[in-house]
Design a protein around this ligand. Sequence first.
Ligand SMILES: C[S@@+](CC[C@H](N)C(=O)[O-])C[C@H]1O[C@@H](n2cnc3c(N)ncnc32)[C@H](O)[C@@H]1O
Length: 261
Amino acid sequence: MKPDRHVLYEASVQGVDYDLDFLERVYRRHHGRSFRRLREDFCGTAALAAAWVMRRPDHAVLRWARARRLPRMREAARRLALVHGDVRTVRVPRADLVCALNFSWWVFHERAELLRYLRAVRGGLRPGGMLIVNMFGGTEAMEKSVERRRFPASQSVDGERVPSFRYEWDQTLFNPVDHHLLCSIHFELPDGTRMRHAFRYDWRLWTLPEIRDAMADAGFRASEVYVEGWDDKANQSDEKFRLRRRFENQESWLAYVVGLT
Ligand SMILES: C[S@@+](CC[C@H](N)C(=O)[O-])C[C@H]1O[C@@H](n2cnc3c(N)ncnc32)[C@H](O)[C@@H]1O
């Protein structure tokens, strides 16, 4: 494909990284920090504004999403809005359903912080909206442990080959006094590459009654608990989550908690 005039223009007259370095340097010189909002007037192809958005270090994980997930979505990417903000304060359009999965909300160690989050969610729901969070528990959740699994080769979201690899879920600390839970994920590739602590989690292990009480205090009308079933014969989960009012505690269990408005 022949490059169009905009491509040639950018290649010949623009040096956005150089410009950005300069803008950051001057601003930092006066304010001791980088700027948070940039307006690029006469932006044309928006090369500089886009490069700045992509280089923000605190956007690392969203940058990954923009670079590797959105292009595969083509036009549909327009319907996905990525927001960089604190879930406790960010203003986003109201939603019918908010989800906080993979235990991410366990970053809140204090009940007041959890309540702030739940109230913000509650305020951001449309009539009839709901919040769905998940959590794990059981006797093994409250101790040091390592769980190893091997994952077969696969393909990443953008078509990259992912070799088979070893995964380790490592619970390194549990404090019964405040339920402080430190966990890490380690990876090991077939060529011997080890990524120790590829991801670290500094969490509070919340319990089902605690999150349900907090949801009630944050203004949710009711809450429901769906627990994954356990198949005794196969000695593994049956991968079905059923609405439960009671269940026998296990070494480990997974549950969704639904907050209704
Ligand atoms: C454990 S990852 C979850 C990834 C994926 N959504 C999942 O379900 O597996 C949690 C993400 O939330 C971000 N995060 C932590 N505290 C936050 C807050 N207060 N507001 C918004 N995002 C936050 C972290 O930077 C991290 O990228």
